[in-house]
Design a protein around this ligand. Structure first.
Ligand code: ADP
Ligand code: MG
Length: 273
């Protein structure tokens, strides 16, 4: 199989590019509870176009819930979420969008998501996992969908496995197919929810390398929840630490990871390495 060469990141160039760019995702005063359990308690987060955010936080701190809200897989209780300047979830009167309208809004603004457990279609080949949704959801013609699927499989180093079913792929290969599927419709933002947590340790790097290339070569806007501190510090333009339903620390990786001010953040980070 082709090896992916590591891609160095020019953080200064990226910072200059980011400074010129608009807000891709704006989360304002987001509150979300499950019955009495207040999961997100006033989260504010603005992500610029091309920015890569690493979302850290203890298990149960609401990382998945935040990403699922941004992808409109959950409705929230208060606050607003805009992607590409378009309001998601609720209409201008504050009424929840119907499932059909929510799906349409999601497709229009282009939010892609990668899940911890890959969530590939088990009965479809790697190629069909990518080409199928392009045809069904995005109305791409069959020949073009197939062409794009093969091109994306090549990008994630899996041309040689195009006709394999997910169960015949390793976890790392499955996750690379899932990433290819998520970026196939050219989303304006890609959400990755602990993309390497379900993988055996020796398969983690191949997936991180694919994500790193999306950041460097494509300038893709990404929010990645992860426990990989080294990866976060290398790839993320900004690290955001969620705890107790709120962002307790955020900033450049070095500042957040090596000089956290919040005592909860200090405890969480020192327990992680
Ligand atoms: P994280 O991804 O940071 O581990 P989650 O967003 O999965 O955190 O969960 C945050 C909190 O919300 C947890 O207390 C969890 O039990 C609760 N929770 C998540 N999903 C649901 C759900 N569908 N129903 C009820 N509670 C949920
Ligand atoms: Mg989670």
């Amino acid at each position: 199989p082709p090896r992916l060469p590591p891609a160095p990141i020019d953080h200064a160039a990226r910072a200059a590019a980011l400074a010129r760019n608009d807000v891709a995702v704006a989360v304002k005063a987001l509150r979300k509870n499950y019955d009495a359990n207040i999961v997100l308690d006033g989260v504010d987060l603005a992500v610029r176009n091309g920015e890569v955010i690493a979302l850290l936080g203890p298990s149960g701190s609401g990382k998945s819930t935040l990403l699922r809200c941004i992808n409109n897989l959950e409705l929230w209780n208060d606050g607003t979420i805009e992607v590409g300047g378009r309001r998601l979830g609720f209409n201008h009167l504050g009424k929840p969008l119907s499932p059909r309208m929510a799906a349409q809004a999601r497709a229009e603004v282009g939010v892609g998501m990668v899940f911890q457990q890959f969530n590939l279609f088990g009965h479809l080949t790697a190629k069909e996992n990518i080409a199928g949704p392009l045809r069904w959801v995005h109305g791409v013609a069959p020949a073009e969908a197939e062409r794009r699927a093969l091109q994306l499989l090549e990008r994630v180093g899996l041309s040689h496995r195009a006709d394999a079913l997910p169960r015949h792929l390793s976890g790392g290969q499955q996750q690379r197919v899932a990433i290819a599927r998520a970026i196939a419709p050219n989303p304006s933002v890609l959400l990755l929810d602990e993309p390497t947590s379900a993988l055996d340790p020796e398969l983690v790097n191949e997936v991180l390398e694919v994500i790193r290339r999306l950041a460097v070569e494509d300038g893709l806007t990404m929010i990645i929840s992860t426990h990989q501190l080294r990866f976060a510090s290398e790839v993320a333009d900004r690290v955001v630490l969620l705890a107790g339903g709120a962002i307790i620390e955020e900033g450049p990786a070095d500042q957040v990871l090596n000089h956290p001010k919040n005592p909860v953040a200090q405890r969480f980070l020192s327990a992680m390495d």
